[in-house]
Design a binder for this molecule. Structure first.
Ligand code: S3P
Length: 441
């Protein structure tokens, strides 16, 4: 599908963005491990989360959408999933695939996992290695990539795993496997990554602790063989999805937007901190706690932005927001240097490469130095460009925002990938004043 974004004027109104993708996956996966019925309000009904729901059904959980739009999950208990009859296809969902592997490591049967071309190219050894150390068996393609088969056991060994990267997916997979191991399973990360798994597991009754290390690292430990209680999950709006209308409004002169009910979990707010340093007029209103997660309404007005230096240590708290930050940087005065972006190379696409190539195609001054991305603005006149999304929803949305803010249209091929995380993106942007249109090839 081809979507074209034409330059637009001010954006105005309320932008209600869908539920958080990370929390949606986790609420389904954890509810499937509880004994009894959980209810989820605000679940993201994007393709990624639906793939996780489908996988859990194939494993024996009952996952249903209710007429009022809430979802119910009747779980099977911590070791209660059943062998699926076919290969589980996780589509584009890296979180779904990796967290599921953590669950499956504790079940004594074999599951085959696959996904789309993007997911099949992504490194899985970072997750399978600790699971194998705990006693699971994994057979995959080179680099540990999908399709792979995982055979779990119900007597996993608790371990201490030192992850070389700050990754919530690695941490969560090990913690979920740790539920099935007698004693304490520990994960040490170089910097703290998002903690939704820990918050939800604690609310469900698991014994889980977190501790900051002297070196900036973060250690989480879980006691295994816990019983998980069913929950009423409330999923707030996704800050990573909010980032697209937010940056569009900051940059389009005269804009004023409110984005209600966004998660402002401190491990997800690196973009807000960075945009504020760049001069963004950005307020948090009505700050509250929703089912244990900090939530606020974001109020944003068009602002004059300046380039900044974004430290590598901030990356885990804004890892999915660099493509759209790079778009904001194209309209800021001066150079924005985004440091330490090696992990961007192994997301749904090589985002470092695609952002640099795409911005250059739009006429923006951009460079990659090692793992740093440098964008110099403000771009005076953009060039019309056609960008391939490469199965990456955030690449697609970032360049559609770019097309709206520049002086020439941007066309995105493969824009259907936006369904992964942000169903209704084009309609929402158009309601706010953008000019997105499906065009014929
Ligand atoms: C996620 C963690 C991040 C992020 C991804 C969602 C999660 O990945 O990029 O979109 O829900 O745990 P890593 O853990 O690989 O950094």
């Amino acid at each position: 599908m081809l979507l074209q974004a034409a330059p637009h004027g001010a954006l105005q109104g309320d932008a209600v963005v869908p539920g958080d993708k990370s929390m949606s996956h986790r609420s389904l996966l954890l509810a499937a491990l509880a004994v009894g019925e959980s209810r989820i309000t605000g679940l993201l009904e994007g393709a990624d989360v639906m793939a996780t729901a489908g996988a859990l059904r194939a494993l024996g959980a009952t996952v249903e959408r209710q007429p009022d739009g809430t979802w119910t999950v009747r779980g099977c208990g911590v070791a209660g999933l059943a062998e699926p009859a076919d290969v589980l296809d996780l589509g584009n969902a890296g979180t779904g695939a990796r967290l599921l592997m953590g669950l499956l490591a504790g079940h004594a049967f074999t599951t085959f996992l696959s996904g789309d071309a993007s997911l099949r190219s992504r490194p899985m050894r970072r997750v399978t290695e600790p699971l194998v150390a705990m006693g699971a068996s994994v057979l995959g393609r080179s680099g540990g990539r999908l399709p792979l088969a995982i055979t779990g056991r119900n007597d996993l060994v608790p371990i201490t795993w030192r992850s070389p990267v700050a990754s919530a997916q690695i941490k969560s997979a090990v913690l979920l496997a740790g539920l099935h191991a007698p004693g304490r399973t520990t994960v040490v990360e170089p910097l703290p990554s998002r903690d939704h798994t820990e918050r939800m597991l604690a609310a469900m009754g698991a014994k889980i602790t977190g501790e900051a290390g002297a070196d900036g690292g973060w250690t989480v430990a879980i006691e295994g063989e816990a019983e998980l209680a069913p929950q009423a999950f409330l999923v707030p709006a996704d800050p990573s999805s909010a980032a697209f209308p937010l940056v569009a409004a900051l940059t389009a002169p005269g804009s004023a937007l409110t984005l209600p009910g966004i998660s402002v979990n401190p491990l997800r707010t690196g973009l807000l901190a960075t945009l504020r340093e760049m001069g963004a007029k950005l307020e948090l209103a009505n700050e509250r706690s929703v089912a244990g997660e900090p939530v606020a309404d974001l109020e944003v007005r068009a602002s004059r932005l300046v380039g900044v230096d974004v430290p590598a240590a901030r990356a885990p708290s804004m890892i999915d927001e660099y493509p759209i930050l790079a778009v904001a940087a194209a309209f800021a005065q001066g150079t924005t240097r985004m440091r330490g972006l090696a992990e961007l190379r192994v997301k749904e696409s090589d985002r470092l490469l695609l952002v640099a190539e795409g911005l250059a195609a739009c006429g923006v001054e951009v460079a990659v130095e090692g793992d740093d991305l440098l964008v110099t603005g403000p771009v005076r006149a953009t060039r019309a460009a056609r960008i391939d999304a490469h199965h990456d929803h955030r690449i697609a949305m970032s360049f559609l925002v770019m097309g709206g803010l520049g002086s020439a249209p941007v066309t995105v091929a493969g824009a259907e990938t936006i369904e992964t995380s942000f169903p209704g993106f084009a309609d929402l942007m158009n309601r706010l004043g953008a000019g997105l249109e499906a065009i014929e090839p």
